[in-house]
Design a protein. Structure first.
Length: 422
């Protein structure tokens, strides 16, 4: 990474302008809220960070290492951020192995590298999700001490918590990775804190992609003009509130699932009505009655003494009722221009979910393949019996699952809006 590129990334992320004053880079905020404050970064210090990065190697998408040091970003799987991990750190040393573990906000070096990797896919200004939080940030800026862009990033984002492992001896990247899972299990077992390595850049960037599409400034919000179904909103908010792709996907799916029985029954009633009002149907002919019974039995699933409906068919009917394919294509392209092509060429590896070409002229074929892709993925997340054809392996399959989440989000949003009232 070149010096000018680093300055552009930092100023873009902090939404500021940068100029060199004496031997310091001074970042002045564009936001009027902080117009009297600025960030300061020593020129030589920035150069030393860039030179230091030349001695590190990338392992996975989000981990950085050399022979003696390793750092990876981690995600808290808790409802509320653990404050002590944000302000302080957990640090302990294994004297026998000469290995030190530290869980704390990401280092300057790591932040610079990670933002550089993110900037290859998103502009620095869209890496952030939402406006800058106030309160604590304002107090720090008002204290008059020099605040660097890296301090500012750590203050304004809960996403950049990292695990750092260092050793006096030479350690391979794969060994560092094993130590990572060892210490995270140790912390979870003893402190009841669930921390997960974020192996994929897409996990970190998803919020930025959504905020780029939507209004992210509070002052731009209008009052709501619709009343929404409370149950649907609860499922939707659970999905939005988490970074766990499994919970996110299933919560969006539950928005559709809410209407499965209603939509299926409506369709069955319509089929029966069409049949019995057909000019060729006669209730006096046993063959006509038998054909109608056969059609009903085909739609229903009869097991032992219970009768249920086909969930996969209900999903397809829901998609047909609520999803405007053209609108879905627009939303997916706004989020990531490569997704439409990805869905049309790639099945879901861990679930066997079928490819779906959203740009076909045959809408019925689109809904059919779309429902198969969604339903297969849902089953792979819910079921994990030995012998199941499609099974999801936590973390290992996250790269593929994350690709499916935007599809489910935009579909669920269509359902919520369609079922609302003015």
């Amino acid at each position: 990474m070149e010096l000018n590129e680093a300055l552009e990334i930092l100023s873009g992320y902090c939404r500021s302008t940068c100029e060199l004053v004496d031997n310091d880079y001074v970042f002045t905020f564009e936001n009027r809220r902080f117009e009297d404050a600025c960030l300061t970064l020593n020129k030589e210090y920035l150069r030393s960070l860039l030179e230091g990065l030349e001695h590190f190697t990338q392992y996975d998408e989000t981990s950085l290492h050399n022979d003696n040091n390793y750092e990876v970003i981690v995600r808290e799987e808790t409802s509320f951020p653990i404050r002590r991990l944000r302000d302080d750190c957990i640090r302990f040393t294994n004297e026998e192995e000469h290995v030190t573990y530290e869980l704390s906000p990401a280092s300057d070096r790591y932040l610079l590298w990670l933002l550089g990797e993110m900037s290859k896919k998103l502009s620095p200004r869209t890496m952030r999700s939402g406006p800058f939080p106030g309160g604590r940030l304002e107090r720090v800026l008002d204290e008059g001490d020099k605040v660097s862009p890296f301090d500012f990033i750590r203050l304004t984002s809960f996403r950049f918590l990292s695990l750092k492992i260092s050793s006096d001896r030479s350690v391979t990247a794969s060994r560092f990775s094993k130590l990572t899972h060892s210490v995270l299990f140790h912390i979870g077992y003893n402190l009841d804190i669930a921390l997960v390595p974020q192996r994929l850049l897409e996990e970190i960037m998803r919020r930025g992609r959504i905020s780029r599409m939507r209004r992210s400034r509070i002052e731009e919000l209008d009052p709501p003009k619709r009343i929404y179904n409370e149950t649907l909103v609860q499922h939707y908010l659970l999905a939005v509130s988490t970074d766990n792709p499994v919970i996110e996907y299933l919560s969006y799916y539950h928005v559709l699932e809410h209407f499965f029985e209603t939509v299926f029954n409506e369709d069955l009633v319509e089929k029966v009505r069409e049949n019995i009002t057909s000019p060729g149907f006669s209730y006096k002919r046993k063959s006509d009655i038998a054909a109608l019974i056969k059609k009903i039995n085909k739609s229903l699933q009869i097991k032992r003494d219970s009768i249920s409906f086909s969930e996969s068919e209900a999903l397809k009917l829901c998609l047909m009722k609520y999803v405007d394919v053209d609108d879905l294509i627009v939303k997916l392209n706004d989020y990531d221009e490569g997704l439409i092509e990805y869905y049309s060429e790639k099945s879901v590896p861990f679930s066997g979910g079928k490819v779906v070409d959203l740009e076909l002229d045959d809408e019925d074929a689109i809904y059919k393949s779309l429902s198969k892709r969604i339903y297969s993925t849902r089953n792979a997340l819910v079921h994990s019996k030995d012998g199941d054809m499609g099974k999801y392996t936590p973390f290992s399959d996250d790269r593929e699952l994350i690709k499916e989440v935007p599809l489910m989000r935009f579909i669920s949003e269509m359902v919520v809006v369609e079922e609302s009232s003015i």
